[in-house]
Design a protein. Structure first.
Length: 195
């Protein structure tokens, strides 16, 4: 994760932080206006989204408050202070003309993927970031209901669709299963012959 965050420019770093640590959808992020962000950057009101190039109601037709963790909030406030117009209705992630939100496909294709490709992560997209948010929360034992509310969907979707088990967790689970059936035993792995 640090490799990805270190590979992108500042704007994209803020976006990746919001996606990975706050669980925001790409259309929600791109529809944030300055007035939606608390002065300390610790919360964002999701009142709209960009969907197929148009402003629309949030998915599920419900506005919601999203928490932003401290390091991400500090980056967001720095971005607001250095790069965002001061008007309350200014887009936090504006297009080049500053009159419309940034276009998500351009953001991914022109800015995020090329930077991540340099560190062998060019396959990462916004779905991967949301799944990372869900999986990190699950591994950190964040309450599933709170985690789902933060991302704006139900617990079933959170656990069944977004949360992915790490290989380490899978290895621990199958070892636990084997040990419960066969008894715990230290196994020495045979050394491979050099070819």
């Amino acid at each position: 994760m640090e490799k990805a965050l270190g590979a992108v420019e500042f704007r994209e770093k803020v976006i990746l932080h919001l996606a990975i640590f706050s669980g925001l959808r790409r259309g929600e992020m791109l529809a944030i206006q300055r007035q939606n962000v608390s002065p300390d950057g610790r919360s964002v009101e999701i009142e709209q989204r960009v969907y197929r190039g148009d402003l629309d109601t949030p998915k599920g037709d419900e506005t919601r408050s999203v928490s932003v963790p401290p390091r991400t909030a500090a980056l967001l406030v720095e971005w607001l202070c250095t790069a965002v117009d001061p008007e309350p209705t200014a887009w936090v992630f504006a297009s080049e003309n500053r009159e419309t939100p940034l276009w998500r496909d351009n953001l991914l294709r022109r800015h995020i993927r090329p930077a991540l490709a340099k560190v062998n992560l060019g396959w990462v997209d916004f779905k991967v970031m949301r799944r990372t948010n869900a999986s990190l929360g699950h591994d950190a034992k964040v309450d599933p209901k709170v985690s789902a509310d933060q991302r704006g969907h139900g617990i079933g979707v959170s656990l069944d669709v977004y949360t992915k088990s790490s290989m380490g967790k899978k290895a621990a689970a199958v070892k636990k299963l084997e040990d419960s059936a066969l008894g715990a035993k230290v196994v020495r792995m045979p050394k491979r012959k050099a070819s």
